[in-house]
Ligand binder design. Structure first.
Ligand code: SF4
Ligand code: SF4
Length: 116
């Protein structure tokens, strides 16, 4: 099979470039650059929540459940269902929800992937 010239040229060019990948998870973690606007694990400031349920209504992944506590209705976020769309944070009138920088959302127990 004949290799087109542009493939060969591209291959040669890349031979002398720095690699784009990094060694992860055990090495070079400090080289991970998260871009502006990165949407990671949900962070919830319960003290700001007024229980309006808007976050619950807009969540396309059904990753939010409203529970009743001493202050009224409050959301619980199920990170294992979340698709990181950020809609809950966008609609929250009190800015109680933010999507942080944490991206290693792994746990052995399901309960550890809940944000209350
Ligand atoms: S980021 Fe999107 S999927 Fe995740 S809890 Fe908020 S609305 Fe639901
Ligand atoms: S949208 Fe904000 S204020 Fe309303 S229930 Fe959700 S977290 Fe609370």
């Amino acid at each position: 099979m004949k290799v087109p010239g542009y493939f060969l040229a591209e291959a040669l060019r890349n031979l002398f470039k720095k690699r784009a990948t990094i060694l992860y998870p055990y090495r070079e973690v400090d080289k991970i650059h998260l871009p502006e606007g990165f949407r990671g694990k949900i962070e919830f400031d319960r003290s700001k929540c007024i229980g309006c349920q808007l976050c619950f209504r807009v969540c396309p992944a059904k990753a939010i459940k409203m529970i009743e506590d001493e202050k009224g209705k409050r959301p619980v976020f199920f990170i294992y269902r979340c698709i990181y769309c950020g809609q809950c944070a966008e609609v929250c009138p009190t800015k109680a929800i933010t999507l942080g920088k944490a991206f290693e959302n792994i746990a052995l127990r399901k309960e550890d992937l809940e944000v209350r």
